[in-house]
Structure formats: structure tokens, C-alpha cells
Ligand binder design. Structure first.
Ligand SMILES: *Cc1c(COP(=O)(O)O)cnc(C)c1O
Ligand SMILES: [Zn+2]
Length: 427
């Protein structure tokens, strides 16, 4: 089988037991490449459908069910799993109407063990840390990566180290990292500088870096696509719509979908639509120039999970967009929070960044880029409880620059039947 690390730019290959994040020759991003010719003889829809009933062992995980496609050479006893994945694929008529579509699915990655899709990457990354014999793992994070890293480090007996930016970390996420026992360091710098710092300390302090530059994380994250296709009976939808921050998911989705197609597990590749917040839109700006020009931006958005000005996986994301006839759209914080309020009020719920998927699908449908009769899967990336401040502030009308279109006011009442009746009215 023999998977390799391969530079996406110069093609140089390295064995997977090297500790590398970028190419030694040209600095390019690395992919974990698998021997698809050998895999073709092994994997099938039937194989993965048969594993859906697993009650024990790694196949119970929605990542490791597809082990052949994630880490075919890995000894099973090294796997660190909670187990993650197996998230719901909701079909909501109410939200389809809001988006202006006939049919809309929502794949809820906030239903992972620590409440975001980062767990799918972290099981891959922490498992690789063990395979490499590392004792310490670290990341810089807008929040969810550190929550996930802290949990997986604790679960596997490694030391977790997380670097936070100095402000705007959602409380739910910070409390997770602290509670799971990671070494938490608040650094007076933004996310992008923190990411550089982690890379700078890695060699010196023998730390394994688990930001999404780590290609083994992306192997775990691509299973969001594999699991979605399986839930759809291996029938690919027309569109996948997802938020874009560091663009790890976008990169992983493109790789995963291409592999599924090459292996004959799906018959066509869906188009990918990446949605960025208007205040953190470097990919969108580059898209407008057909990727001729790329420039980092100063990021600012209520959706802190995607508040990223210089996405590390930019080059891989461009590759995904080219290979999937993808599009990029931007939405305002107002559109993000209103879409989130709709998802919440449908009884599903998500954190602000996930609102991008619905807001973006709606905008693309209104523009006629997504046709109403096309099948759309919107990815919800994080759980409602991650950022309670944003939710409550929205409903109170206290988010700067945002007038809530769908506020749910909290009533005040005296402790009497009359007072409650006055609020509730007759049935
Ligand atoms: C990390 C994260 C994102 C951004 O994903 P990328 O792969 O970095 O583009 C979006 N939403 C949530 C909730 C996240 O935690
Ligand atoms: Zn290279």
C-alpha cells in the first residue's frame, strides 16, 4: 500500500515517518498520497456499508470506518479515537425554503465529540503523533482546534499545548481547552502570528504541530465527504457548501471527492462553494482575479472560527476549486447571524461560522449560480453551545452593526398566572 508525503508543487516525495509540514526543497504544502491502484482492489461501497453496524473497534468511528482511505499502512493499535464522525445529515424543508432551494441537506459536524469537525482531523493528527513517537502536540487556534487537541491529547496521554490569540476566543471553546487540561497560553498576537510561532517552537521544543497545515489532519477531515456520500447512498449531490477559514476543509474535501471518484465509489464530483465572511475574505478576493492575485487581509468577523486573514491552505483550496468547478462567495456578519438564527430556530443549531453555509447557499441561489432544483449539502461546522455570547447578543440586539431579523426576545414577568397569560395569550 505504502502511502507517501508528496509536495503539491514540486512533487518531491517523503516517507510518512518523517516529521515534516512543508516541502524541504520548495516550501510547498504536503499531501498524504495513497496508492489508489492498490486501493481499487480493496475498497468498495459494500465494504463500507457492511461496517456501518460495527459496535466495537475503530470501524465504529466515522473516520476510521474508511481506514484504507485515511491511513492504510497504520497499525490499528495506534489509533486514538473517541470515536468521532457518524454525524447527522438533516434534510430541512424550512431551511430549504429560506435558501430558495427545493432540497437542502445539512451535515452537522458540530455533533462530533468536542462539538466541531476538528475532531475528525485531530484523530488523524494525534494518531500520527503517536506513530512518530511524539510526547507533545500543539496548535494555534481560533478555538475549536484547541478544544479538540486538548481532548485528544488527554485521551491518549500526550501533553497538549494551545496558543490563543489575545481576544475574541469564544467562551465555550476556551473552557474546553482549560477543562481538558492542556497547557493554555494566551499570546498577545492574532491567529496568523500565533500559527507562525507554533511552527517556530516545534523543532526546538520537540512539539508535533497539529494545525491544519498538518496533512494527516486533512486525511481525517476528508471523511466528512466520504460519510456524506455514504449517507446519500453514494449518490453525489450537485453542491457542497461550506465556510472557509484556514481552508483545511475545502482542501480536504477536494482531495477526498477526487479519490472517491477515482476509486469508483461515486459517479461524479459535486461542485464546492466556499463561503467567507466579508471581513475575512482573502480567498474570495483572489477568486475575483481568477487567482491571479492573492493578498492576506486583516480579518474581522463575528464568526471567530473563520477570522483568518492568511489561510495556510490557500494553495490547496485553489486546487480544490479548480478540480470541482468550485465557486467562492462572501456574506456579511448580518447574513451569517440571520442564517444561524434560522438554523437554530429549526431546532438544529450551530455556531456563527456555520451560518455561512446557509447564508452562502441562499446568496448563490438568489444569483442563479445554484439552481433551485439542484441538491445541496450545507456543512455545519460547529455546535450551537460553542459561542453562547454571540447567540444571546444577537437576540438582544447587542451585536455591533447587526439588526437581528429573527430575534427571540426574553420576556420578563411577575410570578402570576395573569402575567404569564398576558404573554402567552389563548391557545
Ligand atoms: C475551523 C472552523 C472553520 C474553518 O474551517 P477551515 O477548514 O479552517 O476553513 C469553520 N467553522 C468552524 C466551526 C471551525 O471550527
Ligand atoms: Zn516541493
Amino acid at each position: 500500500m505504502r502511502s507517501m508525503l508528496q509536495c503539491m508543487d514540486c512533487g518531491r516525495q517523503y516517507p510518512t515517518n518523517r516529521v515534516l509540514y512543508t516541502c524541504e526543497t520548495c516550501g510547498g504544502l504536503l499531501d498524504v498520497v495513497h496508492n489508489l491502484a492498490a486501493l481499487r482492489r480493496v475498497v468498495s461501497r459494500e465494504l463500507y456499508d457492511a461496517r456501518l453496524g460495527a459496535l466495537r473497534g475503530p470501524y465504529r468511528s466515522g473516520v476510521w470506518r474508511y481506514k484504507e482511505l485515511v491511513a492504510p499502512d497504520l497499525p490499528e493499535d495506534l489509533i486514538v479515537t473517541r470515536p468521532e464522525g457518524n454525524t447527522n445529515l438533516y434534510q430541512s424543508q424550512r431551511l430549504a425554503v429560506y435558501a430558495g432551494l427545493d432540497k437542502l441537506y445539512l451535515k452537522h459536524e458540530g455533533e462530533n465529540p468536542t462539538g466541531s469537525f476538528k475532531d475528525r482531523g485531530m484523530t488523524g493528527g494525534v494518531t500520527q503523533a503517536r506513530a512518530l513517537g511524539k510526547r507533545r502536540v500543539a496548535c494555534a487556534s481560533t478555538g475549536n482546534t484547541s478544544a479538540s487537541l486538548a481532548a485528544y491529547a488527554a485521551w491518549s496521554g500526550l501533553q497538549g499545548v494551545v496558543l490563543f490569540q489575545n481576544k475574541q476566543v469564544a467562551l465555550g471553546k476556551l473552557s474546553q481547552a482549560v477543562a481538558y487540561g492542556a497547557v493554555c497560553i494566551r499570546v498577545a498576537a492574532d491567529f496568523d502570528r500565533n500559527l507562525e510561532l507554533v511552527r517556530e517552537i516545534a523543532d526546538e521544543l520537540d512539539i508535533y504541530v497539529l494545525n491544519s497545515v498538518n496533512p494527516f489532519r486533512l486525511e481525517g477531515q476528508k471523511t466528512i465527504m466520504i460519510e456524506t456520500m455514504q449517507q446519500l447512498g453514494w449518490e453525489a449531490p450537485d453542491w457542497i457548501v461550506l465556510p472557509g477559514g484556514n481552508l483545511g476543509n475545502c482542501s480536504a474535501f477536494g482531495k477526498g471527492l477526487k479519490e472517491l471518484y477515482d476509486l469508483g465509489l461515486i459517479d461524479r464530483i459535486p461542485r464546492i462553494a466556499v463561503i467567507q465572511a466579508e471581513g475575512a475574505n482573502p480567498l474570495y478576493k483572489a477568486y475575483l482575479t481568477e487567482f491571479e492575485h492573492y493578498e492576506p487581509v486583516h480579518a474581522d468577523t463575528v464568526a471567530t472560527a473563520i477570522k483568518i486573514g492568511n489561510p495556510v491552505n490557500y494553495r490547496k483550496a485553489v486546487r480544490t476549486l479548480e478540480e470541482t468547478s468550485g465557486v467562492v462567495e462572501q456574506v456579511t456578519d448580518q447574513e451569517i447571524m440571520d442564517a444561524k438564527a434560522q438554523i437554530d430556530a429549526a431546532g438544529i443549531g450551530c455556531e456563527p461560522a456555520s451560518g455561512c453555509s446557509l447564508a452562502g447557499a441562499r446568496k448563490l441561489a438568489a444569483a442563479g449560480i445554484i439552481r433551485a432544483d439542484e441538491t445541496v449539502v450545507a456543512i455545519l461546522t460547529g455546535h450551537l453551545l460553542k459561542d453562547p455570547d454571540a447567540t444571546i447578543s444577537y437576540h438582544r440586539g447587542e451585536l455591533a452593526g447587526i439588526t437581528p431579523a429573527f430575534p427571540n426576545h426574553i420576556h420578563e414577568a411577575e410570578p402570576t398566572v395573569e402575567a404569564l397569560a398576558a404573554i402567552l395569550g389563548p391557545n
